[in-house]
Design a protein around this ligand. Structure first.
Ligand SMILES: [Zn+2]
Length: 212
């Protein structure tokens, strides 16, 4: 199920991550009280060979870059093939614009989704929910359009299922494409991340052995 367009996008995302990685320092790593919804048990991380013993921000920066490929592909599919869902999403976006600036919009991949994530949901939720579309974001912004009829709701539900299916298939293709890069990714972690962690551990050991 290889897809040349997905493979090219994954190549570019991995290249951007490899370019960013040398700038990572342990000081830029913030610990989290909560599990990260994007990284926890992510099949992307497993495919990239980054699921164990790697600082969260290093993982997160890759996951977000690759997740954006899935989002973009689903968005393109929606525009091309799912007119009802496209209308709903555009309307939700317009309401969001009215609601003004959001601090979690437009962040760099290394910070995107950190701290602001809701708790992970059990099971495999739909990408979009009817409730989310019907009452987007700020309650004080009213949707001026008439409510959907039952037929429109049913049509929208089936379009959402297709969008969800597209996300699953694209996710599998992204995982397949990133596997090819796993050795380079591992080597980059060994080169730029592990020595910094080792020197932190050495400092800690020294300070324990020779208390001032
Ligand atoms: Zn994360």
């Amino acid at each position: 199920m290889a897809d040349p367009m997905i493979a090219a996008r994954v190549d570019a995302a991995v290249a951007a991550w490899l370019e960013w990685l040398p700038r990572w320092t342990p000081g830029s790593f913030r610990s989290r009280a909560r599990i990260c919804r994007r990284c926890y048990q992510s099949p992307i991380l497993a495919s990239a060979g980054l699921s164990h013993d790697v600082p969260h921000q290093v993982q997160h920066a890759l996951v977000v870059r690759l997740q954006k490929i899935i989002d973009k592909t689903v968005d393109e599919f929606t525009t091309a093939s799912l007119p009802g869902l496209r209308l709903e999403l555009d309307a939700a976006d317009a309401l969001k614009q009215k609601a003004g600036y959001r601090p979690n919009d437009g962040l760099d991949p290394e910070y995107d989704g950190l701290e602001l994530d809701p708790e992970p949901e059990p099971g495999q939720p739909f990408l979009f929910t009817l409730e989310g579309l019907a009452s987007p974001l700020d309650k004080q912004i009213n949707d001026p359009r008439p409510p959907l009829t039952d037929d429109q709701k049913a049509e929208l539900r089936s379009e959402m299922a297709l969008a969800d299916e597209c996300a699953v298939v694209t996710g599998q293709r992204v995982c397949g494409a990133v596997k090819i890069h796993a050795p380079r990714i591992r080597l980059a972690v060994e080169t730029f991340v592990e020595p910094q962690i080792q020197s932190m551990l050495d400092e800690l050991t020294n300070s324990l052995e020779f208390p001032s």
